[in-house]
Write a protein that binds this ligand. Structure first.
Ligand SMILES: [Zn+2]
Ligand SMILES: [Zn+2]
Length: 338
């Protein structure tokens, strides 16, 4: 009887203390994971009128190659390359531009692939091939309330243009783009060295009054001297007595080709890199112990102006009109069917 009573008490103890705590423990992870459940992103294949094209992509952070559909890959590229807040027609223009760039590299279409990671068509290093964001990175980068909607907006832009690329006289173009042209895009030979017939500078008022239209960058004499040390042996920390920056050469659109700093010639591109300026479209003032740069635009200025594309889209222009404006004499064509 005593043993039975003891057992009964033990059972009672378990029912009163043990069971609820077990249940609570059992429930907690469930509740937490429910709270952390990310919004569902649509990852279904995107239909293309030219059939499915596959691409191999090297992921440097995971040190592996993944294979996926070209159109699904492009959703991640557009997410990485253009703000999802931009107008749908601008996102479509970016999607066609990115598809053209990508197909140029695809081995299946005669491209040479990524030369840094030979096992893949492209890598996701923005400084080498093309920036790309996977679904997980998108969810981490965007506010939870906006991620699914942004993703869908970009997916719609890619799907609406599936299989479309930009050609010039039947050949895929080098579809370069930049963030903000500062008012006029640049001829290819003025930014780099070769004349490309479809990369002609065009006036662009469509990006006026936006984020990068004009930015001001201030340096003390000491900061300036330190930043330029790689290019100029001895920058005087004070400009007193003689011009610190002089002897400029500019492209027809006003971008800086070269400038003489303390007697040495520095290219506009080197100046931009050394001071981390958004573009080479710079003017400056030297006052007291300060150098103040005023910069128009963001990026090299060649090809599609992204902020301009958004401005055109908001004025009712279609993605084809946008592409035809920034790439001279081109056509939007379908890839050959696979
Ligand atoms: Zn690469
Ligand atoms: Zn522009």
């Amino acid at each position: 009887m005593k043993r039975l009573l003891a057992l009964f008490f033990l059972l009672l103890l378990f029912l009163v203390i043990g069971l609820p705590s077990l249940l609570a423990r059992g429930c907690r992870p469930g509740k937490e994971s429910a709270a952390l459940t990310p919004p569902a992103l649509d990852l279904a294949p995107i239909a293309s009128p030219v059939g499915e094209v596959m691409i191999t992509v090297y992921l440097p952070t995971e040190e592996r190659v993944m294979t996926l559909g070209l159109e699904e890959y492009l959703v991640g590229v557009v997410c990485a390359e253009m703000p999802a807040a931009f107008a749908p027609e601008a996102l479509k223009a970016q999607a066609v531009s990115a598809r053209t760039y990508t197909v140029n590299q695809l081995r299946a279409f005669g491209g040479s692939g990524c030369d840094r990671h030979p096992a893949a068509d492209v890598c996701t290093e923005s400084t080498h091939c093309q920036a790309w964001l996977g679904a997980e990175e998108v969810l981490a980068a965007w506010p939870a309330g906006e991620a699914a909607g942004n993703w869908q907006k970009v997916r719609d832009a890619v799907a609406a243009t599936a299989g479309e690329v930009i050609t010039y006289r039947g050949e895929l173009i080098d579809a370069v783009f930049h963030s903000h042209c500062g008012g006029h895009t640049e001829n290819s030979e003025d930014a780099w060295s070769t004349v490309v017939p479809y990369l002609r500078g065009v006036p662009c008022n469509f990006c006026r009054g936006t984020r990068w239209s004009e930015t001001v960058h201030e340096f003390t004499g000491d900061q300036f001297a330190r930043a330029m040390a790689e290019y100029v042996a001895a920058v005087p920390v004070s400009a007193a007595g003689r011009p610190l920056l002089g002897g400029t050469e500019r492209t027809p659109t006003g971008r800086l080709k070269s400038v003489t700093i303390a007697g040495e010639t520095v290219t506009g591109r080197d100046l931009r890199a050394a001071l981390n300026l958004p573009s080479t479209n710079v003017t400056w003032e030297v006052a007291d112990d300060k150098v103040v740069f005023t910069v128009k635009g963001h990026g090299h200025g060649v090809g599609l102006c992204q902020y301009g594309a958004d401005g055109m889209a908001r004025q009712g222009k279609t993605y084809r009109e946008i592409l035809e404006y920034y790439y001279t004499g081109i056509e939007v064509s379908l890839l050959p069917s696979t």
